[in-house]
Design a protein around this ligand. Structure first.
Ligand SMILES: Cc1cc2nc3c(=O)[nH]c(=O)nc-3n(C[C@H](O)[C@H](O)[C@H](O)COP(=O)(O)OP(=O)(O)OC[C@H]3O[C@@H](n4cnc5c(N)ncnc54)[C@H](O)[C@@H]3O)c2cc1C
Length: 291
């Protein structure tokens, strides 16, 4: 690890000014679970480390106007255990509960997971299926970016070096909706996924058919990705086992995975199809059971 200056601002404004003044020479640290490893491997060598630990107000979970706002410094464990999240968007709490181990979840943060932008992570996949928005702030102002436009490549996002991720805003699903995140873990329970798939489904009560569906996949490309053809196939239909299987086939066609220790590219592509089918079926069952 290189030597670096360590700064601990007390306020968000102070942190933003430091980021503005130091630019690409600085890195912010939230939980440090990803950053410290990258620094030890000398993949990242900042001159200055800006700790976000003392900042107040960025670790809150709020529900208002049909949305859930997760502050950037909210830990994975806090999302997993939040009554607000568990009652309004159970699939979101379930996804954070699938990340690594309790030790990691106790320190890893919502904002750190987004800024890190490893395409093998779990939360970005459900956030994509739920159509979340990422809140960014710099000394110049604030902006919200749809999560579908946030990730650009392996470990790359549209975030500028002087911007902090401040929150992620997740719309609550309409009535008669179901959502689910499935993590395929053939090795150990605390591993990264071989494939992660999230699906949301909203049923039209008048017709009993699918009014809206979103399918997102992780570990199958350089960023988390949607499966638009599969979503279009399901819209306007009643989900049957055949339709779910067909949607899985369409979804796996748009994947572009790499071979690694968690499986060959062909295996991941095949598993993406299987898990899209299962996720759709489970989201559908949840939508049928929802009021
Ligand atoms: C052993 C291990 C197992 C893991 N397993 C899983 C897994 O199964 N599933 C999974 O999804 N993830 C897994 N992870 C990844 C983990 O989720 C990330 O390390 C974590 O989410 C990063 O959050 P953090 O708060 O620790 O970020 P940090 O390590 O502090 O930061 C990560 C990056 O984000 C930047 N950053 C942090 N916060 C902000 C902010 N608010 N604004 C702008 N930039 C910011 C930092 O500068 C850095 O570049 C694992 C990690 C470890 C170490």
């Amino acid at each position: 690890m290189n030597s670096f200056e360590f700064r601990q601002p007390d306020t968000v404004e102070e942190a933003l000014t430091l980021l503005h003044d130091l630019g690409e020479d600085a890195r912010v640290m939230a939980g440090g679970t990803a950053l410290v490893i990258m620094m030890k491997q000398r993949l990242v060598m900042p001159d200055c480390l800006i700790s976000l630990q003392k900042l107040r107000g960025l670790d809150r979970i709020n529900a208002r106007n049909g949305e859930i706002q997760l502050g950037a410094l909210t830990t994975h464990r806090a999302v997993e255990r939040s009554e607000v999240v568990r009652s309004r968007l159970p699939s979101l709490a379930e996804t954070y509960a699938h990340v690594a181990t309790i030790r990691i979840r106790n320190v890893a943060t919502v904002g750190g997971a987004l800024a890190h932008a490893d395409p093998n992570q779990d939360p970005p996949v459900i956030l994509l299926a739920l159509d979340a928005q990422v809140g960014l702030r710099s000394t110049a102002g604030s902006r919200q970016v749809p999560i579908g436009e946030f990730f650009t490549d392996y470990y790359e996002t549209v975030r500028q070096p002087d911007e902090l991720v401040t929150e992620v805003v997740v719309p609550v699903l309409p009535p008669r909706s179901g959502s689910v995140y499935l993590k395929f873990l053939p090795r150990t329970a605390d591993d990264y996924a071989t494939v992660g798939v999230a699906a949301t489904v909203t049923i039209d009560p008048a017709t009993g058919t699918c009014r809206e569906s979103r399918i997102a996949m992780g570990c199958v490309a350089s960023t988390p990705m949607r499966a638009p053809e599969a979503e279009a196939l399901v819209r306007g239909q009643r989900l049957t086992p055949e339709l779910a299987r067909e949607a899985g086939i369409l979804a796996q066609r748009v994947t572009d995975p790499i071979s690694d220790a968690r499986g060959s590219a062909d295996y991941k592509r095949a598993m993406a199809g299987v898990f899209v089918r299962r996720a759709l079926e489970q989201a559908w069952q949840r939508a049928l059971a929802a009021v």
